[in-house]
Design a protein around this ligand. Structure first.
Ligand code: ASP
Ligand code: MG
Length: 488
């Protein structure tokens, strides 16, 4: 009988320096005494940002960007390797290997500077270099500790479509490649250390899974390997009832369901890449969020059927990172294709729509996009609706960036009357004005839009109104510093 497999992913801050990498390797090594362990690593924190910003500078013709990048990466990783690897021979080998990877990233940047452009395909190659370096370092540390750590590039394991910058996995081919490459090592007692974030198309062209994508890598691999569970080691204690930077009384939830975690993934603390749970939902593989800085804590378990809380609402979440777009005017009343045209326009620029609301008077359709998508969505809409505005069928397309979404989330809210009433009377009592409201028919989430300045007050009041600080047995979430969930 082969041992159950545990996939564990370490995020950027959990491999942020030599000490953190040693800590991560120790956690993996300890776990490997009970189970077969597969490690997935992000780039060291800050590295992906450095790579992406160097690529952007290079694309404007800045030739010095490549040199500066090579230097920055060399300094950071050399220092780390020197602190970690004591054997001279091993160290030299590792340094040579990472020099090749750094050279390659810098060469791509030089190419961009020459061409004066940066294709999404080139950006994926450059952006994914940090994971390749980090996996090699972590594997070497495991070997130094006496384990058979072997680095793998996920470009050889995870097969995706061709959408650069946000590729989606193809389960069949991924399963085949992953099992063929990893199972022999796993069964022989070794520990694969796999790059997060990166993958490749069926033709072998490198892709990435989107920023923060290493979480997604971990569950993709977990599903492919029929893992017993997946652990996301990060720098927060798990999923919390609210962002503790806003609500000091927030506590860590012991358990949340896939659906609840999905609703929460987008907001606030950004604990998970939004796609993370997709690969494991069918097989029901549990995903744990745990804090690598406090590994003795249990963290949050995400499963199919998490225990509900008595009040229905499990967490309150919010974000200011959005903009509201309203299309209004008497001419849109009863026009059957107006909504189709609005959303075709926003889809044409790949805007991520987070919330939609239209009242039954129909003279105003309002939707919310991520702040980063606002400018191009507005332009696409103005182009698409140009004629309607000219004929005064449409009064305006308005963008308001001064808003925040607040959401109450919980699976047990479904079919429980009175929750919406409580949510909105709480806002009334606090004097927080509500601009728009949406509840999906899943009823897992009541979302509403407020002015940015009212967001914190709204979250605090809801957290209090639903008694969220006391319902869970989980320990109190502590300082603000620990919730800053940085991607690498
Ligand atoms: N290093 C990548 C990023 O910063 C992927 C990850 O950390 O999950 O987006
Ligand atoms: Mg992350």
């Amino acid at each position: 009988m082969s041992r159950p497999i545990q996939v564990m992913k370490f995020g950027g801050t959990s491999v942020g320096d030599a000490k953190r990498i040693r800590n991560a390797a120790t956690i993996a090594a300890e776990a490997s005494k009970q189970r077969s362990v597969v490690v997935v690593v992000s780039a060291m924190s800050g590295v992906t940002n450095t790579l992406i910003s160097a690529a952007g500078k290079a694309a404007t013709g800045n030739e010095a960007a490549a040199e500066a990048l090579a230097k920055a990466l060399q300094t950071k990783h050399r220092e780390t390797i020197e602190a970690l690897i004591s054997d001279g021979e091993q160290r030299r080998e590792l340094l040579d290997e990472i020099d090749v990877l750094i050279d390659r990233a810098a060469n791509y940047c030089r190419g961009c500077a020459l061409l004066g452009e940066l294709s999404p395909r080139a950006l994926d190659v450059i952006a994914g270099s940090g994971e390749r370096i980090c996996a090699r370092i972590a594997a070497a540390v495991l070997r130094q500790m006496g384990y058979r750590g072997v680095a793998f590039d996920a470009t050889d394991l995870i097969v995706t479509d061709e959408v650069h910058g946000g590729a989606r996995p193809l389960a069949g081919p991924t399963r085949e490649k992953t099992r063929a490459a990893l199972l022999p090592l796993i069964e022989g007692g070794g520990i694969p250390v796999v790059t997060g974030y990166i993958a490749a198309t069926a033709k072998g062209v490198p892709t990435t899974l989107g920023r923060g994508g290493s979480d997604f890598s971990a569950t993709i691999l977990g599903a492919a390997l029929d893992a017993e569970d997946v652990i996301i080691w990060t720098d927060v204690n798990g999923v919390q009832t609210a962002d503790p930077r806003m609500v000091p009384e927030a506590v860590t939830l012991d358990e949340v369901s896939y659906a609840e975690a999905g609703e929460l993934a987008f907001f606030g603390a950004k604990v998970l890449h939004p796609m993370t749970l997709r690969p494991v939902v069918d097989s029901g593989i549990p995903v744990w969020i745990r804090n690598s800085f406090e590994p003795h804590k249990a963290g949050t378990k995400i499963t199919q059927t998490a225990r509900p809380t008595p009040h229905g609402v499990k967490a309150v979440t919010a974000t200011r990172d959005v903009a509201m777009i309203a299309v209004a005017g008497p001419g849109i009343i009863g026009v059957p294709d107006i909504a189709a045209r609005i959303f075709a326009a926003s889809a044409s620029v790949r805007a991520n729509i987070v919330m939609i609301s239209q009242s039954s008077s129909q003279d105003n359709i309002c939707f919310v996009v991520q702040a980063a998508d606002a400018v191009r969505t507005e332009k696409a809409l103005r182009d698409a609706l140009h004629e309607d505005v000219r004929h005064h069928d449409l009064e305006h397309v308005k963008v308001n960036r001064n808003v925040a979404i607040v959401a109450a989330v919980g699976e047990k809210m479904c079919g429980t009357p009175g929750i919406a009433g409580r949510v909105f009377s709480t806002m009334g009592n606090e004097g927080v004005n509500i601009i728009a409201i949406a509840q999906g028919s899943s009823e897992y989430n009541i979302s509403f839009l407020v002015e940015s300045s009212g967001m914190e007050k709204a979250v605090k009041a809801l957290h209090r109104a639903f008694g969220l600080g006391q319902v869970e047995s989980g320990e109190k979430a502590s300082t603000a510093a620990q919730v800053t969930s940085k991607t690498a």
